[in-house]
Design a protein. Structure first.
Length: 276
């Protein structure tokens, strides 16, 4: 075989081998991502199984937080990160030591409040093995009770040192916690939650994010999202077998209806300064 043909054959074989390697890497990446997403769905199911009220709470918080993130013109990556942090911000509360306290129907004692304050650290510990897939997740969860003025817990972070995911989730979490019933108190009208956000603007919460959350078109989206999340039921996937249809698990991460990130804002709406 002429040398030129030998070189061509060798180069072709090398190219084919490289393409095959890239295909195998892409297949491995997709499989890994699917199993990571399945791990998240399993954890979310565990939250539901432990306490249906907490499961409903984190879904509403995720819906509100995603709306706020979109309206702040954050990147798709940041929106997805915020969505995950919102869904798992309270996973530390399924710890055995906190279970009875979370279910308690009386007002919390100082000792019980101190125990509850451990849930961000506990949650971050639960999620730490997933850091390789979702690097922002444990850091966002551990910081969701930090305060803008630096007096929050557990690290005492201040201002923009608090991850953007935690700043967004803190607002959505507070709004939902006030407007929905807890075992130890009744839910309050939305106006009470709105005033709490105003009162905490610049002390507990990022002031720009509070302004955006309370901006009427955004606030209206939050109200609509609450009803949508409350009505949603997870879809059932079916597979045709040789004999009959049977339910099979869907490994995708599903928690709410519609296309993730779908916007409702009208182009004519005046939009306040975005948050970075």
């Amino acid at each position: 075989m002429p040398r030129s043909q030998t070189v061509l054959v060798g180069a072709t074989a090398t190219a084919v081998g490289a393409i095959g390697l890239l295909i195998r890497r892409e297949q491995t990446r997709r499989i890994t991502e699917r199993f990571a997403a399945a791990a998240l769905e399993t954890l979310l199911n565990a939250i539901d199984a432990n306490d249906a009220n907490t499961g409903a709470h984190v879904r509403r918080v995720a819906a509100y937080a995603l709306i706020l993130a979109e309206e702040a013109d954050l990147s798709e990556h940041q929106c997805k990160s915020i969505e995950r942090v919102a869904l798992f911000h309270d996973i530390g509360k399924i710890h055995e030591a906190l279970f009875d306290i979370v279910k308690e129907h009386d007002s919390l004692s100082p000792a019980e409040r101190r125990a509850i304050a451990k849930h961000p650290d506990l949650g971050a510990s639960v999620l730490e093995p997933l850091r390789v897939f979702y690097p922002d997740l444990p850091d966002g969860v551990v910081a969701h009770h930090e305060r803008w003025d630096g007096t929050g817990y557990p690290r005492g972070l201040k201002g923009h040192r608090i991850p953007i995911s935690a700043r967004v989730v803190a607002i959505a979490d507070t709004f939902d916690a006030i407007t929905h019933r807890r075992p130890y108190r009744d839910g309050q009208p939305a106006e009470v939650a709105r005033q709490a956000l105003i009162d905490g603007r610049g002390t507990q919460f990022d002031p720009d994010l509070v302004d955006l959350f309370l901006f009427p078109p955004v606030y209206a989206r939050v109200a609509r999202a609450e009803q949508t999340v409350e009505e949603w039921k997870p879809p059932v996937q079916k597979r045709r077998t040789n004999h009959e249809d049977e339910n099979v698990p869907d490994i995708r991460f599903r928690w709410r209806p519609g296309r993730p990130g779908a916007r409702e804002r009208q182009s004519s709406d005046p939009v306040p300064q975005t948050v970075r």
